[in-house]
Design a protein around this ligand. Structure first.
Ligand SMILES: [Fe+2]
Length: 303
């Protein structure tokens, strides 16, 4: 941990990923990030059944604990809470998930809890990807209410700027939605620089313009990752899209943005390297190790 800003790595619910990367993240990460909902199955009757990965993640945390603690610090970063969902039919699921996250928190003592500024459950159907919200004060107030509920579980909560492939109106207006959400005291922004680069590339705006509209003092965590270009012919227009695949090396554009924003992120507590399960082979391990070492050097250089 460098003057309060840690370097983090994502633990994925895949045994091969964990086995290949354990020597790297065990030594080089100050904290682990997990998605709570990847440690349980949702049954047809709505109940949640453990899949064994909470125990596996805890075992890794204990094995690689710093000398001063019994477990490595953990942070929670969900995908499917559906912070922007407004349908009453989804309330029972949200409340079940909150109870389960509270149980997980007793085990992991999450330093903070985040999810995407998006909707992932529409009419009782869970979507694989977060969908964008309409950037209005009403929606900001809805997300604030959801975050306030989560604060009763983990006091430090955050929303992440998601990797949208479309937005309702000017994509820069998302910064107004973020500002409205952050009116909630004790809430923060998880700034995902790859998501921003991806949207800027696909939608034709400057990432710097988006960043200039944010209060970066409210950023608690930064995500960096790498993605891929869509295959030829993926779209009828034959246009290529940058995809949110978390499948490859962090691009130089993301490293450059990271170095630019770090001095402005005065409340920052961690920078996390994200990688998706199913994208790591033995030949990728050294490259991921080099990325974590580079990340630590960048964070140290910014202090
Ligand atoms: Fe992210």
């Amino acid at each position: 941990m460098v003057r309060g800003v840690g370097v983090g790595f994502v633990l994925q619910p895949e045994e091969r990923y964990l086995e290949l990367l354990e020597p790297v993240f065990g030594e080089l990460a100050d904290y682990f990030e997990i998605a709570p909902e990847t440690t349980w199955w949702g049954e047809a009757d709505g109940s949640l059944t453990s899949n064994g990965f909470a125990e596996r993640f805890a075992e890794l945390g204990e094995r690689w604990a710093p000398a001063s603690a019994t477990i490595k610090p953990f942070v929670a970063h969900g995908v499917g809470l559906s912070l922007g969902g407004s349908r009453p039919e989804d309330r029972p699921r949200q409340l079940r998930w909150q109870r389960r996250i509270a149980e997980d928190h007793r085990r992991f003592r999450f330093a903070w809890l985040s999810d995407h500024l998006a909707v992932t459950d529409i009419g009782g159907e869970a979507h694989a990807l977060p969908l964008p919200l309409v950037p209005t004060p009403t929606v900001a107030a809805l997300v604030r209410r959801r975050l306030a509920e989560l604060q009763s579980i983990v006091p430090a909560v955050a929303v992440e700027n998601a990797a949208h492939t479309f937005t309702f109106g000017d994509p820069l207006e998302e910064t107004e939605l973020i500002a409205g959400v952050l009116e909630l005291p004790g809430s923060h922004l998880l700034l995902d620089l790859y998501n921003l680069v991806m949207m800027a590339e696909n939608m034709g705006f400057a990432a710097a313009d988006y960043l200039a509209r944010l209060d970066l003092s409210r950023v608690i965590e930064i995500h960096i990752a790498g993605g891929s270009w869509s295959p030829d012919g993926w779209l009828p227009s034959r246009r290529s899209y940058l995809l949110d695949s978390h499948s490859s090396a962090v691009p130089e554009s993301v490293w450059t943005l990271l170095e630019r924003v770090l001095p402005r992120c005065t409340g920052l507590r961690g920078v996390t390297l994200e990688r998706m399960e199913g994208t790591v082979d033995a030949g990728d391990v050294r490259a991921i190790e080099a990325e974590l070492r580079r990340l630590r050097a960048v964070v140290e250089g910014s202090r």
